[in-house]
Design a protein around this ligand. Structure first.
Ligand code: PRX
Length: 642
C-alpha cells in the first residue's frame, strides 16, 4: 500500500488501510519518510473525552526529532543548490530572491544563534509580528531549531490584538520590523508593537528587522536591529532534540467567546501530517514551483508555505504583497514570472479578481499552471467556474481543501488529478481522516447522503493538542458538543458517494474574506462605546468577501449622550477598526431599541442572522422569546436600512 497515492485505486486502498489499522498506517509512513533521533514507544495514545481531566491525544510518544532537520538538513546532500524559497517582494521592480536549501540552512542557523544571543531558550514563547519577507520564514524555523515556541501574529492585527496574544502566551521576545509593505502603503509594525508592549511586562527583547527604512524609535536595552544581530551570529547551530509531543507553535484563532484561542501544535504529529497532506493533495512533483498566496500569519502559511513544502524538498514561493498592487493582475504576473505550476489561494481573492477587466488575466502566460487550489471558506459555483475556465483553462484540477487552524493540515479535499473534483465540494477525506455527520440530538447520521454537523471520529497526527493555558476550554469547545468526537463548528452535506460539501459555520464565528472573526470579540469592543447599551454581531452574505459583519446596536438613552446615530455609527466603526483591525469593521450597523432574547436572556442570533440576510420570512418560532414584539422593529429597521 502506498501512502502518497497517485490513482483512485491507491486512494481507496490507503483509505481502507487507515481505517483497518490507523496506528500501523501512520507508523509505516512516519518510519519511512522522516529523520528521527529516536523512534516512538507508542504510535498513539488518546482519550477524546469531554472531561478535560481525561482528554488528551499523543502521537509518536517518546520519539525524538527536530522538524528543521526534516525541512532543511536532510535535503542538503541532494538538493543543496535547489531553490527552497522564491521571494517575490511587494514592489514588482524589486528583484526576486531565489534562496537555495543551503542558503536557507545558513540563514536559519544564523537566526537561531541570534535568538540565543538575545536570551531565547528551549520552551520560550516568541512572538513574530512580521511582514512576509524571507526573514519571517527564517524566524519560524529558527524557533523550531532551538526548541522555542513560535507564535506568529498576522501583521494586519492591531496593537490590542497583538498585546492580548503576547500576554496570553507570555512571550519574552518579539520579532518585528520597522514597517511592512502592503501595496502602496507601509504598515507601521514597530509603532504598533511599541503600543502593544505598553501593556505587556513579559517581553524583554524586541528584534527589529529593517525592511522599509522607516524612522522609528528604539528602546535602549530592549530593542535591537535584526541586521546587526544577524551579522554577528554564526551559521552553525545544532538542532535541539525535541520530544514528538513538545510544543512546536501556538497560533491564535477566534473563538465564540471574546478571547482568542491559542491552538497548540506539537513537533512530531504536525510534521508528519503537514508533509503527508502537502504531497497527497497537491501531488507535488520534483521541480514543480508551488505558490500558496496565504500569509504565514495564518495556519495555511505555516503548513503550506513553510513546513509542508520544505519537509517535502519543494520550491515554495513567498509573496510579500497584495493581489491588487500595482494592479489586479499581480497574481497572474507572478505566476508567469516564476512559472508557477501549483497555485493555492482563497475564494475571496478569486471572487474579487473575477470582477476585474479580463485583459489583466489574458495578458499573462498562465500555461505553467497544472494544479489549482482553494482554502478558507466555501467556494461558490460562479467563482469556481471562473477559476476553472480563466485561470486553469479547463485543464487543471482544482483542490477545494477543507481544514482549520485546529486541524493543522488539510482534512477533506480532492487529490489533484487523482480523485475527482466536484465544484463547491471539498469531496473526500484524506486517508487517515474519519469525518462523520451528527444530527442536532447528537446522533451520528448513517452513511450515505445526509446533512448535519461535521465531526471527526478518530485522532489524526496534526490535531491541536490543547488551547494554550486552558485545557478546559479545549474540552468544552471541541469535545463536549458531541461527546467523544472532535466537533469542527461547521455544517456539511454529504452525497451518496461520500463527498462532503461544507455549508459554513454553525457557531458564532463569521468568515470574512477568509478570516475567522469571533462575533463576541467584536461585540465586546462595540459595547465599550459610551453610547452603547448592548450589541449583537452576525454575518451576512457578501458577494466578494463571502460574509460581512452586521451589528445590531441598542443605544443608551441617558441625558448628556448624543443620540446622533450617524455620528455613533462612524465612531463604532472606527473603534472596531482601531481595536481589532480593519477586517473586523462592521459593514452595516442597525440601531434598535431592543434585541430579541430568549427567556433566559440569551440573544436570539438565529433571527438576527436571517434578518441580516434579508430572509424576512420564516424567521422560525418567535413565540418562545421574552420580547417577541421587538422582532417587528428589527425587521422594519433592516428594510428601511437597505
Ligand atoms: O468554516 C471552515 C472554513 O474555515 C474554517 C477554519 O478557519 P481557519 O481556522 O482560519 O483556517 C482556515 C484555513 C485552513 C473552517 O471551520 N473553511 C476552511 N476551508 C474551507 C472552509 N469552508 C469551506 N470550504 C473550505 N475549503
Amino acid at each position: 500500500m502506498k501512502h502518497i497515492v497517485n490513482t483512485q485505486a491507491e486512494y481507496n486502498a490507503a483509505y481502507q488501510a487507515s481505517l483497518d489499522d490507523p496506528e500501523k498506517f501512520w507508523r509505516d509512513f512516519a518510519e519511512k519518510e522522516f529523520t528521527w533521533h529516536k523512534k516512538w514507544d507508542n504510535v498513539l495514545n488518546y482519550t477524546m473525552s469531554p472531561e478535560a481531566g481525561k482528554l488528551g491525544v499523543k502521537w509518536f510518544e517518546g520519539a525524538k526529532l527536530n522538524i528543521t532537520e526534516n525541512c532543511i538538513d536532510r535535503h542538503l546532500e541532494k538538493r543543496g543548490e535547489q531553490t527552497a524559497i522564491i521571494f517575490e517582494a511587494n514592489n514588482p521592480n524589486e528583484k526576486p530572491l531565489h534562496i537555495t536549501y543551503r542558503e536557507l540552512a545558513k540563514n536559519v542557523n544564523k537566526t537561531a544563534n541570534m535568538l540565543k544571543a538575545n536570551g531565547a531558550k528551549k520552551g520560550d514563547r516568541i512572538c513574530l509580528y512580521m511582514p512576509m519577507t524571507p526573514e519571517l520564514a527564517y524566524a519560524v524555523l529558527a524557533c523550531a531549531r532551538i526548541g522555542a515556541v513560535h507564535s506568529v501574529v498576522f501583521a494586519g492585527f492591531s496593537a490590542k490584538s497583538l498585546s492580548d496574544r503576547i500576554m496570553d502566551a507570555k512571550c519574552n521576545i518579539v520579532i518585528t520590523a520597522d514597517g511592512g509593505y502592503r501595496g502602496s502603503k507601509i504598515t507601521p509594525l514597530k509603532d504598533i508593537t511599541d503600543e502593544a508592549l505598553q501593556s505587556c511586562d513579559c517581553v524583554q527583547k524586541v528584534i527589529v528587522l529593517n525592511r522599509t527604512n522607516s524612522k522609528i524609535p528604539m528602546v535602549y536595552g530592549r530593542d535591537v536591529w535584526w541586521q546587526d544581530e544577524f551579522a554577528k551570529a554564526s551559521d552553525v547551530c545544532p538542532a535541539e532534540v525535541m520530544d514528538a509531543e513538545d510544543m512546536l507553535f501556538i497560533l491564535y484563532t477566534s473563538g465564540s467567546t471574546g478571547k482568542p484561542k491559542g491552538m497548540v501544535h506539537t513537533c512530531g504529529g504536525y510534521m508528519v501530517y503537514a508533509n503527508y497532506s502537502f504531497r497527497n493533495v497537491f501531488q507535488y512533483q520534483e521541480g514543480d514551483i508551488y505558490w500558496c498566496t496565504a500569509d504565514i500569519g495564518w495556519i495555511t502559511g505555516h503548513s503550506y508555505i513553510v513546513y509542508g513544502p520544505l519537509s517535502a524538498g519543494a520550491t515554495t514561493v513567498m509573496f510579500e504583497g497584495v493581489p491588487s498592487y500595482p494592479d489586479m493582475g499581480r497574481f497572474w504576473e507572478v505566476v508567469q514570472k516564476h512559472k508557477v505550476n501549483i497555485f493555492y489561494t482563497a475564494p475571496t481573492a478569486i471572487r474579487s479578481l473575477a470582477t476585474c477587466d479580463m485583459s489583466l488575466v489574458t495578458k499573462h502566460d498562465l500555461s505553467s499552471l497544472k494544479t489549482l487550489g482553494t482554502v478558507g471558506e466555501p467556494i461558490n459555483l460562479e467563482a469556481w467556474e471562473w477559476y476553472d475556465e480563466h485561470i486553469g483553462k479547463k485543464n487543471c484540477p482544482i483542490v477545494d481543501t477543507w481544514w482549520q487552524t485546529e486541524t493543522g493540515g488539510i482534512m477533506i479535499s480532492s487529490l489533484a488529478g487523482v480523485t475527482k473534483d466536484i465544484p463547491t465540494y471539498a469531496t473526500l477525506p484524506l486517508p487517515g481522516i474519519q469525518p462523520c455527520l451528527m444530527d442536532e440530538n447528537g446522533v451520528e447520521l448513517p452513511d450515505g447522503a445526509q446533512e448535519g454537523r461535521l465531526c471527526i471520529k478518530h485522532p489524526w497526527p496534526s490535531m491541536a493538542r490543547t488551547i494554550y493555558g486552558d485545557h478546559q476550554r479545549y474540552a468544552d469547545t471541541y469535545f463536549s458538543t458531541f461527546s467523544g468526537k472532535y466537533f469542527t463548528g461547521d455544517g456539511a452535506k454529504r452525497d451518496a458517494e461520500g463527498n462532503y460539501r461544507i455549508t459554513g459555520r454553525v457557531d458564532d464565528i463569521v468568515i470574512v474574506s477568509g478570516h475567522n472573526l469571533g462575533t463576541a470579540e467584536i461585540e465586546n469592543v462595540i459595547n465599550e462605546h459610551p453610547n452603547v447599551a448592548e450589541s449583537a454581531v452576525v454575518g451576512y452574505p457578501h458577494d466578494v468577501k463571502g460574509n460581512s459583519i452586521y451589528a445590531y446596536v441598542t443605544m443608551k438613552t441617558q441625558d448628556g449622550l448624543t443620540q446622533d446615530s450617524e455620528q455613533v455609527e462612524k465612531e463604532i466603526k472606527n473603534l472596531v477598526a482601531k481595536t481589532l483591525g480593519p477586517i473586523c469593521k462592521p459593514e452595516k450597523i442597525q440601531f434598535t431599541s431592543e434585541l430579541p432574547k430568549t427567556r433566559s436572556g440569551k440573544i436570539m442570533r438565529r433571527i438576527l442572522r436571517k434578518v441580516a440576510a434579508d430572509e424576512f420570512e420564516n424567521l422560525g418560532d418567535i413565540s418562545t422569546l421574552l420580547n417577541p414584539e421587538c422582532v417587528e422593529e428589527v425587521v422594519r429597521g433592516a428594510c428601511s436600512r437597505g
